[in-house]
Design a binder for this molecule. Sequence first.
Ligand code: DGL
Length: 262
Amino acid sequence: MLIFDSGVGGLSVLKNIKKILPKMHYIYILDNEAFPYGNKTEFFIVQRSIKIINTVKNIYPINIVVIACNTVSTIALSILKSKFSFPIIGIFPDIKTAKKITKNKIIGLIATKATMNSSYIKKTIYKNISKNTIQVIGTNKLASISEKKIRGIEVSQKKLKNIFKSWIDLPVHPDTIILGCTHFSLLEKEIKKILYKTSSIYFIDSIHTVTSQIKNYLKKLHINQNIRKNIFLYSKYSISLKELLIFLKKYQFTIIKHINLN
Ligand code: DGL
């Protein structure tokens, strides 16, 4: 199984996969060289994901790919599916579930700018807007805050308040928030704190949907394990990667090394 993301967001997806499928082995690609995906063009995102899958495919036998990134999934999933023969699973902001859950009919959707500009999101919002208000925030700043938090840097309240200003200023806040980027799962607590002093809030995180999809695929297609190790590959060496290695310990990767994606 190949799992990839621009950064640590995909690790939240991996953590959930490990919980449900503890015997599964995987290759995790941290494409930190291209981080953040949220400020890239659709052309770049499509080409980059094809490059990642092809490069890994030439080194390791892969039989299933998990795109642990909403930005890549909303922009490139259908193209990738038509290019490769193995199953490719993506992650998407789940507006449908939010619609079922919201009581005050105000849904918040926060994702990267690239995700927000994708035609997938535009179409989905258009289809689901009746009877609900969808308040959107497109930001490329929040993913960087998650990257820093993982490395032990305190989350700045001021920066968070700036990102969420349009929601803070609303007379009634969304009671249901769709986390439309895998990096944001790491910041649930902080988001809750700045937006909701008293009332409750429901976060919609598609991580769980992805895991159950993987489970179904594995059962249906009788996919066997074809790698025996957990491998972590990064596309760029940097000091901040060194800081991340401590956090990676709990994932028990047996191989951690560089992969050239150029
Ligand atoms: N974690 C990613 C997502 O789910 C991308 C964040 C970024 O690189 O901008 O959208």
